[in-house]
Ligand binder design. Structure first.
Ligand SMILES: Cc1ncc(COP(=O)(O)O)c(C=O)c1O
Length: 415
């Protein structure tokens, strides 16, 4: 059974007031922007000297989320032309890098003309395309080579981008060739290396060892360059996991930062280390709130059929977990006198896969009650198949946003 999270009073007030304004049963995302800023500040404050924090906007690229985090973090990590447009519309301009496989020439050119700080290069083919574009713009462009290093099996997580066959980065065995290709490209300059090896890393000790394995190899990687003195950056990616089932037991970020600081202090020429974190920054600020439309029992199993579903919040289905559910009864006194039983929480889609959570013990649930799914601020709405069955998109409410025009906002297709 999933452990529950408490909902702050100002979020409960925002949910209640939106509900009053809804003419139809509600399904909406609420984002706690002050909590998001506070989390960003706390994560940044824990960093040791010589370490930077970028926000990987793929986790949640809504304008209000980027605007809230941008003043707090050191920069943004982007992976598409659409993300470039969103980052460039941000009210606090920050440095940004462009990464990801399958970069379009048009996006690389757009990035250069809009002042990209560096590219994370994924392949030898990308080196030559980037060189041609930089030459046509008469620009000297900083690049980091993304490495797919060999990794010991005990350092892996559920979702691996490195240490195995993947479309990401350059195999360590081919790194010397890639470094030579960049060194030979007159319009490119190698400034560092990038490794984003995994998602959902929940174990701080394991992540420490992973970072240590990069730092051990760093002098060797750097020595491959014709001008090692220019190679100063090691981007260690994101990938810190969120414990959705036990929200009180989260990854020990301060512990990781402390251990990393000690390791860097012991190095003769430490790199500038950069994290590009998505999930672990934005997950905690989001709440997906859905209304119970129907209650039923089928073959002995209780179902709560709710407004919305996995087409708006695909995360639990994508990760294969039972998301925590908090019950907000319309009539609390009636609910506390009602029967407690396990419920499977489903949405409005015509597929048995539209399950948000299984077997949640809830008391006195009735049609018209609200269910709140917390930890919904990262890879929630934006990874979902929102147009399936032509349901309207959910509202997104940014609580604590100084610009009133942003509240509420009908979700736009993610470009
Ligand atoms: C290159 C790269 N950097 C950073 C991230 C962010 O990862 P996370 O949200 O797990 O921190 C991703 C996510 O897939 C990524 O592909």
């Amino acid at each position: 059974m999933a452990e529950h999270v408490t909902i702050p009073d100002h979020m409960l007030a925002a949910i209640a007031s939106h509900r009053q304004a809804c003419r139809e049963p509600m399904a909406a995302f609420f984002y706690d922007l002050p909590a998001l800023a506070a989390r960003g500040r706390a994560m940044k404050a824990a960093l040791p000297p010589g370490v930077e924090l970028y926000y990987a906007i793929k986790a949640n690229s809504e304008a209000a989320i980027i605007d809230t985090l941008a003043p707090v973090v050191d920069g943004l990590e982007l992976s598409s032309g659409g993300e470039i447009a969103r980052a460039c519309a941000c009210s606090t301009p920050r440095p940004w890098v462009l990464s990801g496989p399958g970069k379009l020439d048009a996006d690389m050119r757009d990035a250069m003309t809009r002042g990209v700080e560096a590219f994370h290069v994924e392949s030898l083919g990308e080196v030559s395309r980037l060189q041609a574009i930089a030459a046509s713009l008469d620009r000297l462009q900083a690049v980091l080579l993304r490495i797919n290093p060999a990794l010991p099996p005990d350092l892996s997580s559920r979702l691996r981008m490195a240490g195995t066959a993947t479309p990401f980065g350059i195999d360590e065995a081919q790194l010397a060739d890639a470094v030579r290709a960049v060194d030979d490209a007159p319009n490119l300059t190698l400034v560092g290396f990038h490794v984003h090896a995994m998602s959902h890393q929940q174990c701080e000790q394991r992540h420490q060892r992973l970072l240590a394995s990069y730092l051990e190899r760093w002098p060797r990687w750097r020595a491959l360059a014709r001008h090692p003195e220019r190679v100063t950056q090691l981007n260690v990616g994101g990938g810190i996991g969120v414990n959705y089932l036990q929200p009180s037991a989260q990854f020990d970020w301060p512990g990781l930062c402390q251990a990393l600081g000690q390791r860097l202090e012991a190095m003769r020429e430490p790199p500038l280390v950069r994290f590009e974190i998505g999930r672990f920054l934005s997950a905690f600020c989001g709440y997906y709130v859905i209304e119970v439309l129907d209650t039923k029992v089928s073959h002995g199993e209780g179902f709560l059929v709710c407004r919305g579903g996995t087409h708006q919040f695909r995360l639990p289905a994508a990760q294969g977990h039972d998301h925590p559910v908090i019950h907000l009864p319309r009539e609390p006194r009636r609910a506390s006198a009602g029967e407690r039983r396990p419920w499977t929480v489903v949405g409005q889609l015509c597929t048995p896969k539209d399950v948000l959570s299984r077997q949640q013990p809830l008391q006195g649930v009735a049609v018209g009650d609200l269910l709140v799914l917390p930890l919904a601020g990262a890879y929630g709405y934006n990874i979902s198949h929102a147009d399936f069955l032509c349901h309207p998109r959910p509202d997104q409410l940014f609580v604590g946003d100084s610009r009133e025009a942003r509240r509420p906002q009908r979700a736009e297709p993610v470009s």
